[in-house]
Design a protein around this ligand. Sequence first.
Ligand SMILES: [Mg+2]
Length: 122
Amino acid sequence: MTGNSNLNLVAARGGWIGVDLDGTLAEYGTWRGVGHIGAPVPAMLARVKRWRAAGVEVRIFTARAGDAECLPAIQEWCQTHVGEVLPVTATKDYQMVELWDDRAVQVLANTGQRADGQEDML
Ligand SMILES: [Mg+2]
């Protein structure tokens, strides 16, 4: 996806971009409890803000979504750093057009081949 025209297309079609929290949008080292979320990762935060300014829906895509106790801290973190509360989910749907995640391994569509060129561990 390059340029705002594509982003506008995503927005117009009702698409959304999923952004992982720990290790992607926020710094993560070790689990410190539901109330702790790390400092923003500047490059990722800037990207999310650009997308939002272009009208693209961004959802925080995190395993924390499965724990209702985690939601207040995520919402507060978003309000403080993103400037708005973003939806929180751990569920894909047909409108999800991209997923940004520090643990994801991208594969080239329909090939089973890694996009990063790394060797598999096993
Ligand atoms: Mg992560």
